[in-house]
Design a protein around this ligand. Sequence first.
Ligand code: ATP
Ligand code: MG
Length: 261
Amino acid sequence: MLKIENLHVEIKGREILHGISLEVPDGEVHALLGPNGSGKSTLLMAAMGFSGYAVTKGRVLLDGKDITHIPINERARAGLGIAFQRPPIVKGIKTKHLVAICMNNGKIPGQDTSMRKDVEILAEDMHCRPFLDRELNSGLSGGEMKRSELMQLLAQDPRMVLLDEPESGVDIENIALLGKAINRLLGRNPEPNGKESLKEKRIQRRRSALIITHTGHILNYLFSDRGYVMIDGYIACEGNPRELLGTVEKYGYKECLKCVV
Ligand SMILES: Nc1ncnc2c1ncn2[C@@H]1O[C@H](COP(=O)(O)OP(=O)(O)OP(=O)(O)O)[C@@H](O)[C@H]1O
Ligand SMILES: [Mg+2]
């Protein structure tokens, strides 16, 4: 689904990523860990194609198609979606209008009452109803913003989802809500009981995701297939996400540093 090959990324002339390679196959969820400033957000922003993130070497492929140099809107249409670590506030655009446009495949919808209803139902599910009439992310608390971001992604319904710390600043109850919403986004059983067979898990899967998480809390609500630790713009380690988290909790990232020097 998403393949990143030997990606080198510069911000303002400084190389931040020094040859990142990873692959998220169809229907899998991968977790990206790493200390502050290691380049995790840079990887997602460069994969999505934001300006300011100059790819100097390497490629980004979506479904085998090279998207390294195509504009963001075309990447979004191709099925890539992102939820930001720090979502932007956009003045002059009401949340409900953006959600309706996302639901309408990027086009401005007409006065369709069924679409208005769909927007309201989604907002209700995501506990976002009070923000629909506000400008995008304006005046929202940290946790409210994260919910609003996920609501927008659910409306867009991308096939490959990039989530940058979806649980940061979110209280325990709302992490459960976010977990459910992410499972819905990924087309999975909203409440995995851990007893499903591998076949059942695969059937439930529809979408793929690359999720940045510091605490791993969100992984309590999702099946994650693979994890990576990024250190100083390199992938230091990859493997079972739970084991990686356990090792990091026990020994700290300084142990991972040994693998990149
Ligand atoms: N717009 C920018 N201008 C200058 N430097 C930047 C910019 N954006 C990111 N950087 C630098 O790139 C490096 C990687 O930042 P990035 O945001 O990717 O880290 P991160 O791993 O996501 O960290 P965190 O866990 O704190 O979110 C940092 O040293 C950061 O200061
Ligand atoms: Mg970050």
